[in-house]
Design a protein around this ligand. Structure first.
Ligand code: SF4
Ligand code: SF4
Length: 482
């Protein structure tokens, strides 16, 4: 084997804290993780499968007539499990994002990088789809390494072409499913049935997304977690010595076989390097907690299998906290967990409040600045006061809305109320905002000596063919003071 190739495989001259996937020349060392079996692997395998099915099926499920999850950025409209909102619903958007961010921070503070190993799409798709295709076409980790390092041949060409063709199919499915979250399944089906010429932008987005998925899941893999992932960068500040992580029990394991001078002082680690062989980021967990560890638990299973064979207790590598490793009791209720939990409850409460108080429409009435009122006369010649209001009406639903403004019958008679506007009644398209003027006439018994009063204005709204809903708002009217 060529010397350079050998060195690419074995970065022995590098310091312990250098990246396991780079050699001393700065070239990438490809990682060929060995297959792993065991309790944690099974748990992750089932969860990954469920998550993948959810990802593929969710856009096709409708709740309350809307796609279960829709993030339509071009039209700035969103649907989350029956809840619909627009980009202009700033408080709702804030509470959704804040709940997700603080939720992830809390999970990290308690369970460490559980997101990376168990639920991140990067891990789920690589482990469930891409590595499965790779092993199916090219064989186990040893056969894959041999194939990659072998000279070009017809067999190698066939295997590589088959593998990348299957990768392309998987990437296309993932890219289309992803697009469904952003444009909606109805629009996606429509686009698939028409020529790309009619949908240039989505077509180019699909091509780009497929390319990114193919590059990342097919080739870049652990490099994304190590070099690019923003969460991977800041998770270290969210964790402390009481956060759970996958760790090697150094007290129990050391001195490992070959290092111990006599057999009786030998630790439980037999230096078989199986934990390293299965690691998807190529690290040796025995060197301590490392930024590259995505807490995938593969090394736990690999080591447990070894411990079972040599008749030692399992758990030389296990889920544990740093404080437990040093013999202390794990402290769950620590300041950061309390603060994150408090914030999470606050944001969930804010979200609940926003959802429960959200109306199908938004309405505001602002009295025009130029003159607070005008003295005028009604057609029958009786004196009247005229107020001018600027109205903003916004349809917050995904269907057209018919809106009509009026006053209560008693008030109309008593105060000779009259509302004049070219936009009453009016119809608002989904998400549409209309700004217009209304003029309100009333007699002076309404404002009396004070020169001001609040009068209920009724907004009758109906969505599509649904029954109208009547809600009352207050209108502040002004007249002369006596
Ligand atoms: S060290 Fe263990 S848990 Fe961490 S990435 Fe490697 S195999 Fe997974
Ligand atoms: S798998 Fe366990 S016994 Fe083998 S090297 Fe890793 S820690 Fe040591």
């Amino acid at each position: 084997m060529d010397e350079h190739l050998k060195e690419k495989r074995l970065p022995q001259n590098l310091p312990e804290d250098s990246l396991a996937s780079l050699n001393q020349f700065g070239d990438r060392i490809f990682i060929y993780p060995a297959k792993v079996k065991g309790l944690w692997h099974n748990r992750r395998k089932y969860l990954h499968f469920v998550l993948m099915v959810i990802f593929l099926v969710l856009p096709w499920i409708k709740i309350g007539g809307h796609q279960a999850v829709l993030l339509n950025l071009p039209e700035r409209k969103f649907a989350l499990f029956g809840l619909t909102f627009w980009a202009h619903d700033a408080p709702l958007t804030f509470f959704v994002l804040a709940t997700l961010t603080i939720g992830l921070a809390l999970i990290t503070a308690v369970w460490g990088r559980v997101w990376c190993g168990w639920a991140c799409p990067q891990t789920v798709f690589i482990e469930t789809v891409f590595r499965k295709i790779e092993s199916f076409v090219e064989g186990n980790h040893i056969q894959r390494r041999r194939l990659n390092e072998s000279e070009p041949s017809f067999k190698k060409f066939v295997k590589k072409t088959s593998k990348w063709s299957l990768y392309i199919v998987a990437s296309l499915i993932i890219a289309h499913s992803l697009l469904a979250y952003f444009v909606g399944t109805d629009r996606l089906l429509e686009m698939i049935q028409h020529s790309p010429k009619q949908n240039w932008v989505p077509f180019l987005i699909i091509l780009f997304t497929t390319g990114v998925v193919l590059f990342d899941f097919g080739w870049f893999r652990e490099q994304f977690c190590i070099i690019m992932c923003p969460y991977g960068r800041f998770q270290s500040v969210l964790m402390d010595e009481n956060s759970l992580s996958v760790a090697y029990d150094i007290k129990r394991g050391e001195p490992r076989r070959g290092i111990a001078e006599d057999k009786s002082s030998q630790g439980d680690c037999i230096d078989c390097r199986k934990c390293v062989a299965v690691c998807p980021t190529g690290i040796d967990i025995r060197n301590g907690l490392q930024m590259e560890c995505i807490a995938c638990t593969a090394c736990i299973d690999a080591c447990d299998e070894v411990m079972e064979k040599i008749k030692k207790p399992k758990g030389l590598i296990r889920y544990v906290t740093e404080s437990e490793m040093t013999g202390k009791v794990r402290n769950i209720l620590r300041p950061r967990v309390i603060i994150y939990s408090f914030l999470l409850v606050l944001f969930i409460g804010g979200l609940g409040f926003q959802v429960s108080h959200r109306q199908s429409y938004y309405a505001s009435f602002v009295r025009a600045l130029e003159t607070p009122y005008k003295l005028t006369a009604l057609p029958d010649g009786s004196p009247s006061i005229l107020n001018h209001f600027k109205v903003t009406l916004r349809n917050q639903e995904f269907v057209p809305m018919h809106v009509e403004m009026t006053f209560q019958e008693d008030d109309i008679k008593k105060y000779q109320l009259k509302l004049t506007s070219p936009y009453n009644p009016t119809t608002l398209a989904p998400g549409e905002t209309k700004k217009f003027h209304i003029f309100v006439n009333f007699n002076e018994s309404l404002t009396g000596n004070l020169g001001s009063a609040k009068i209920p204005i009724l907004i009758k709204s109906s969505l599509g063919s649904q029954e109208p809903v009547i809600e009352s708002h207050h209108l502040s009217v002004a007249g002369p003071r006596k």
